[in-house]
Design a protein around this ligand. Structure first.
Ligand code: PEP
Length: 251
């Protein structure tokens, strides 16, 4: 079944002690709020173990922001999906635009990462989205469809059903420029139609598609009210408990 989800992406922010304090605060706030959506925080690798020890995993999911495209071995500096899972994490963000843009991640490497995440029982939060030039030249639907097709359409319908998608227009990430609720809804409906074309309507209807890009307490309710927007992937606003909870409580 399709779920409403609000997931925080902490990116490369907070020291371990700051992150543990924030995670504890968020866990307690989520417990008190009893929200109408699933809530997840995705933290740097270094934070996963200590954060897993202080949050209530019955109310708050934990995820990494990336994992390696190899199972194990001589890949200095990499962190495998099995290592992520062994911390107690349940989710992993894959294909974030910052990884695609700054670290050259391609659909090919992402297919490996998705397969390894699934094999280790992690839920991939798979990010897609167009850059500003593609929004302006009108190719955004094709660009996003291609990212979904190339990154995920090798999966069986059963495995595809384990994926959470996050549509994040790159021009809206960290810029303060949010897609309008109508732009988000149009794209989410388009993504759902692309999924339906491959896996059928039932799988498409059951896929959670989150919106990401300068989502904040003041615009979350309007975005989440759209029928094809199933929640948010939250960057900057996930770093302050009150802001993050303002978004969680928009459901
Ligand atoms: C993100 O990086 O996933 C994101 C949505 O960032 P922000 O909310 O800061 O735009």
């Amino acid at each position: 079944m399709r779920k409403n989800i609000v997931a925080g992406n902490w990116k490369m922010n907070t020291t371990v002690s700051e992150g543990v304090a924030l995670a504890k605060e968020v866990s307690e706030a989520v417990k008190a709020a009893n929200p109408k959506c699933e809530v997840v925080i995705c933290t740097p690798f270094t934070h996963l173990c200590p954060v897993a020890g202080v949050i209530d995993t019955a109310v708050l999911g934990l995820g990494a922001e990336n994992c390696a495209d190899h199972e194990k071995g001589a890949y200095t500096g990499e962190v495998s999906a099995a290592m992520v899972a062994s911390t107690g994490a349940t989710h992993v963000i894959l294909g974030h635009s910052e990884r695609r843009q700054y670290y050259g991640e391609t659909s090919e490497t992402l297919r490996e990462k998705v397969a390894l995440a699934l094999a280790n029982g992690l839920t991939p939060i798979f990010c897609i989205g167009e850059v500003l030039a593609e929004r302006e030249n009108g190719t955004f639907n094709e660009v996003v469809a291609k990212q979904v097709e190339e990154g995920l359409f090798n999966l069986s319908a059963e495995d595809f059903g384990k994926i959470v998608l996050a549509y994040e227009p790159v021009w809206a990430i960290g810029t303060g420029k949010t897609a309008t609720a109508e732009q988000a809804e149009d794209m989410h409906a388009w993504i759902r139609s692309v999924i339906a074309g491959k896996y059928g309507k039932e799988v498409a209807e059951n896929t959670s598609i989150l919106y990401g890009g300068s989502c904040k307490p003041s615009n979350a309710a309007e975005l989440f009210a759209k029928p094809d927007v199933d929640g948010g992937l939250i960057g900057g606003a996930a770093l302050k408990c009150a802001d993050f909870m303002g978004i969680v409580n928009a459901f």
